[in-house]
Design a protein around this ligand. Structure first.
Ligand code: NAP
Length: 288
């Protein structure tokens, strides 16, 4: 990639950012389409966010991805939020349009695209989401208007309650909520069609853990695990064993990135190239 005075800069901000897979995915896509863009990563702590946002404006940085712990706080520092960011209350993508910064949340579309690619038709389904953190909020807003019934179970019940309240207020959808006890999981999974793990349980270095006892899984269940490190989590392995359909977190990571790519470039994302770049960056991270 030839860097020049005209090169447009996109960047990830957050803390930590060192192990992010996004630079590999986006730079591969820019290169493939021969776009004069570059993607960097800047470590920005919470207390540095206001300065960083002013810096984005002053340096005319073209676009941002935003990760922990800045996704919620940055919503108050931007000029405008699109509907998904307003609903979710968090921003993961920013576009600079002149002197204005516009915030988006592409996790919502990322989740829907991952399910669509896997051939999952949400209509008429009962979905159970485990978790009520940032990722769970995005997925809940994505699936709530489409499914027949939605239940949110979270270790901290008050967070599930507050997400359920926001879904009612913003989308007018009734969503039940509860805790993450074995009894609650068993009761809700009995007649569920779709199980979504949006907790961090099963993520490295705890890859031997699963948020769900394998006895609760069944062949007619679709299991979507947002955790992508490892790609095949214990939950997905258990689900495959009983013959359930599985959707991994890497596809959501790809599609949320693809949506951000389109926002910055107005071009169709080269999905195949981006998926390959993600896979090799992940492999490198494992071996490195
Ligand atoms: N595939 C993708 O594109 C994508 C995108 C975003 C996130 N993710 C993944 O999704 C996961 C959650 O991310 P996030 O941003 O939502 O994080 P977060 O906001 O910190 O939320 C973490 C969630 O996990 C729950 N949790 C954590 N440890 C737990 C445990 N030991 N037992 C039960 N529940 C536990 C938390 O429950 P409490 O509320 O009780 O603490 C909370 O619901 C991560 O693995 C992340 O990598 C994937």
């Amino acid at each position: 990639m030839e860097i020049s005075g005209r090169t447009k800069v996109c960047a990830l901000i957050g803390d930590p950012v060192e192990h992010s897979l996004s630079p590999a995915m986006h730079n591969a896509a820019f290169k493939h389409l021969d776009l004069d863009y570059v993607y960097l990563a800047f470590k920005v702590r919470r207390e540095e966010l206001r300065d960083a946002v002013n810096g984005v404006k002053a340096l005319k940085i073209h676009g941002l991805n935003v990760t922990k712990p800045l996704k919620v706080e940055i919503t108050t520092l931007l000029d405008r939020l699109d509907e998904s960011a307003l609903n979710i209350g968090a921003v993961n993508t920013v576009l600079r349009a002149g002197d204005k910064l516009i915030g988006y949340n592409t996790d919502c579309i990322g989740a829907l695209e991952a399910l669509r690619e896997a051939g999952v038709n949400l209509e008429g389904m009962k979905a159970v989401i485990l978790g009520a953190g940032g990722a769970a909020r995005a997925v809940a807003f994505a699936v709530a208007p489409k499914v027949r019934e939605l239940v949110i179970l979270n270790r901290t019940v008050t967070k599930a309650e507050s997400l359920s309240r926001d879904l009612k207020r913003r989308l007018g959808v009734d969503v039940r909520f509860g805790g993450l006890s074995e009894v609650e999981k068993e009761e809700e999974l009995k007649d569920a069609d779709l199980l979504i793990n949006a907790t961090s349980v099963g993520m490295k270095p705890n890859e031997n853990l699963s948020p769900v006892n394998p006895n609760l899984l069944k062949p007619d269940l679709t299991v979507f695990d947002l955790v992508y490190n490892p790609v095949e989590t214990k939950l997905l392995k258990d689900a495959k064993k009983v013959g359930a359909k599985v959707v991994d977190g890497l596809s959501m990571l790809l599609f949320q990135g693809a949506a951000a790519f389109s926002i910055w470039t107005d071009r169709d994302p080269p999905l195949k190239v981006m998926r390959e770049a993600l896979k090799s960056a992940l492999e490198e991270r494992v071996s490195g």
